[in-house]
Design a protein around this ligand. Structure first.
Ligand SMILES: NC(=O)c1ccc[n+]([C@@H]2O[C@H](COP(=O)([O-])OP(=O)(O)OC[C@H]3O[C@@H](n4cnc5c(N)ncnc54)[C@H](O)[C@@H]3O)[C@@H](O)[C@H]2O)c1
Length: 243
């Protein structure tokens, strides 16, 4: 479970642990994973903290080996690590572009390539990739929307290549979810987080913004035995067709 120190990743990690899985809580800073790991253990689950940078092939290889040694072969992978570097196109730097594409796409590629070896050997696996409604186009997010559309293409190809080994791959495309990532957008816009989320909720058909638990519910389904005939799909979890 990448990017699991906080936000959506922490909620999905807790849910997959509650579903009976031993969970590797992977994030950039191992110490930052402590709260997520503690919460899972307190609830009776099993989890370990793993510090790794998903953009770095060596770091990914070491992390996956460590998880295999500590928890057993990883057969479920959730590619959730992500960053924002929003800017209108004319102000977007090459670094803004590269950083976002690298974390989301290179990160998911490296993690999937490392974990599929274990999944293929086990003859069973689940991959869940975090896309976004931004994949449909989003002002100020040329980098992020390209990365999140890319996650959908990657998901479909993983589904096609790995299906014969009992591995499914699906994507979740959240709308606005209340996390540190979206809270920081409010800070940058100079409005309170409460104002920001109240305003955002007005555009959502179900009349509220999402919670990390909304995404965890979808991830739980995709990772379940019951979802074995669902692969290569993109599920918008956005309170409507798009947030
Ligand atoms: N919050 C939303 O509204 C929303 C909407 C759509 C999609 N998403 C996607 O869901 C995912 C989680 O979002 P969130 O809101 O919980 O974000 P968040 O910023 O709260 O958490 C992201 C986590 O990813 C980690 N991370 C970043 N770069 C990393 C790297 N190189 N290696 C390992 N870990 C790294 C961060 O340290 C952080 O803990 C992201 O992929 C995001 O794009 C979020």
């Amino acid at each position: 479970m990448t990017g699991a120190a906080r936000g959506i990743g922490a909620a999905v990690a807790a849910r997959l642990a509650a579903d009976g899985n031993a969970v590797a809580v992977l994030d950039l800073d191992e110490a930052a994973c402590a709260d997520t790991v503690e919460a899972i253990r307190e609830a009776g689950g099993s989890a370990v903290a793993v510090g790794a940078d998903v953009t770095d092939a060596e770091s990914v290889a070491t992390a996956v080996e460590r998880v295999a040694a500590q928890l057993g072969a990883p057969t479920i992978l959730v590619n959730n690590a992500g960053i924002l570097r929003d800017n209108l196109l004319f102000r977007m730097s090459e670094d803004d572009w590269d950083a976002v594409l690298t974390v989301h796409l290179r990160g998911a590629f490296l993690m999937s390539r490392a974990v599929q070896a274990h999944q293929v050997e086990a003859g069973w696996g689940r991959i869940v990739n975090l896309s976004s409604t931004s994949a449909l186009g989003s002002r100020g997010q040329a980098n992020y929307s390209a990365a999140k559309a890319g996650m959908q293409g990657l998901t479909k190809t993983l589904a096609i290549e790995l299906g014969r080994f009992g591995v499914t791959a699906n994507a979740i495309a959240p709308g606005v979810i209340e996390t540190e990532m979206t809270g920081a957008v409010a800070d940058r816009l100079g409005v309170t987080r409460e104002e920001f989320f109240t305003e955002a909720a007005k555009d959502v058909p179900v009349g509220r913004v999402g919670t990390p638990a909304d995404i965890a519910n979808a991830a739980s389904f995709f990772c379940s035995e019951a979802a074995g005939y669902v692969s290569g799909q993109v599920l918008y979890v956005a309170g409507g067709p798009r947030a």
